[in-house]
Design a binder for this molecule. Structure first.
Ligand code: GRF
Length: 188
């Protein structure tokens, strides 16, 4: 059965949306949640959903083959990054060519790159007085936020929007489209 690993560093609201949607699918499953922090909220969520978890230290994550071995043990075919803050090591990119996906909370290439995550993205969008924002779902390569785009969805912004309201609008799109896009990719 096509099996997904979710890599997440934080609260895990996207991971939760993915878990809920995948639970409705008899033929595709989430087989592992990996985090770089033992304090990440996403780990509680994984336990609730009875999904195996793995917490990786930085040295282990960048040691050739070590994470690949864990993924192989859990029979992982695809990887979804959902708020995961570390750049992936080349060995992992080579092990999963075209099968690692990320979601970014802006319309890339705008407001992407190293250090552009979380509230900073929405603050920058607000400061630039953008008239729209949105999400980008893309394949992962060796650069931050630069891989081939799979899907973008837009949302209009108004003069009344602030970074918090922009974040809420964008998060709603993330939850609506990420799981569905992953299911489609894993079916193809
Ligand atoms: C999301 O905005 C996602 O686009 C970005 O990190 C955030 C993670 O949020 N890559 P959550 O942990 O899924 O709630």
């Amino acid at each position: 059965m096509p099996t997904l690993a979710i890599f997440a560093s934080g609260r895990g609201s996207n991971a939760e949306a993915i878990l809920r949607r995948f639970a409705e699918e008899p033929d595709q499953k989430v087989g592992l949640i990996l985090s770089n922090s033992s304090k990440a909220g996403v780990l509680d969520l994984a336990r609730e959903h009875k999904i195996p978890t793995y917490v990786s230290t930085r040295s282990e994550f960048y040691a050739p083959q070590s994470v690949c071995q864990t993924l192989a043990e859990h029979k992982i075919d695809w990887i979804a990054l959902a708020g995961f803050l570390w750049l992936l090591p080349p060995v992992l990119l080579q092990a999963y060519p075209g099968r690692i996906v990320n979601i970014h909370p802006s319309l890339l290439p705008k407001f992407g790159g190293k250090g552009m995550y979380g509230a900073r993205v929405h603050e920058a969008v607000h400061a630039a007085a953008e008239r729209e924002s949105g999400i980008t779902i893309h394949f992962v390569d060796e650069h931050y936020d630069r891989g081939q785009v799979i899907l973008q969805k837009r949302v209009p912004l108004t003069a009344e929007d602030n970074p918090e309201s922009i974040a809420a609008k964008v998060l709603e799109l993330e939850h609506r489209y990420y799981a569905e896009t992953l299911l489609n990719l894993m079916r193809s």
